[in-house]
Ligand binder design. Structure first.
Ligand SMILES: [Zn+2]
Length: 205
């Protein structure tokens, strides 16, 4: 019988009481962006899951921007998927959201759109590596507060080995950002290349 959330919490809390937390060796990783000691927070007990924003498509800002034809947000689209521009300036040379056109989360995404988004992950990486000085793309499914599926896509500058892997988004948060216009111009280059590789339509900003 799998553990319930409450059982998991009680077991882990008891283990913390008994022998403390596991020690992390992050500080030894060359990609860890910080120096000095960090103190883990106390572990909160499980609570009711809050509803995600845009539940069922109601008040979903992604669907609203699509319906309004907002090209400042959507910079590429095809019949299954769209690419969106982050709202905030970023330090990294590539940052974008890959999202389905239909309002869906990962588990209820129609399979033809899921298949196309899988292809697009490959083709977006090719496009970005063709036109920007980046070695690959990192993909993450965060955004647990929003129901509409959005993959975060990030890339680091080629050769910036310190930014490889797990902490790439942390580096993005602490390094000085470039103007949003620069990010958008680079995203437009990627979109133009993506049209050559994958079809669809680009909307230069
Ligand atoms: Zn939506």
């Amino acid at each position: 019988m799998p553990e319930s959330s409450q059982e998991w919490f009680e077991r882990v809390s008891a283990e913390i009481e008994r022998s403390g937390r596991r020690s992390s060796d992050w500080a030894q990783w060359s990609s860890w962006p910080f120096e000095g000691e960090l103190t883990p927070k106390p572990l909160d007990p499980p609570a009711q899951e809050p509803p995600r924003r845009g539940l069922g498509g109601e008040g979903c800002f992604i669907c609203d921007k699509l319906a309004a034809g907002d090209r400042t947000y959507v910079f590429w689209e095809d019949e299954h998927a769209i690419l969106g521009v982050p709202a905030e300036p970023r330090a990294l040379p590539f940052a974008a959201f890959l999202m389905p056109r239909v309002h869906a989360d990962l588990a209820d995404l129609p399979l033809p759109s899921a298949a196309r988004m899988g292809e697009l992950l490959t083709l977006i990486e090719r496009a970005a590596c063709d036109v920007l000085d980046v070695p690959r793309i990192q993909a993450a499914r965060w955004g647990d507060g929003q129901e509409h599926l959005h993959w975060w896509l990030f890339a680091r500058p080629t050769g910036m080995r310190q930014l490889r892997g797990t902490f790439l988004s942390h580096w993005d948060d602490v390094l000085p950002s470039a103007p949003i216009e620069q990010l958008r111009a680079d995203l437009d280059l990627v979109a133009a290349r993506l049209v050559e590789l994958a079809g669809g339509r680009a909307f230069p900003g």
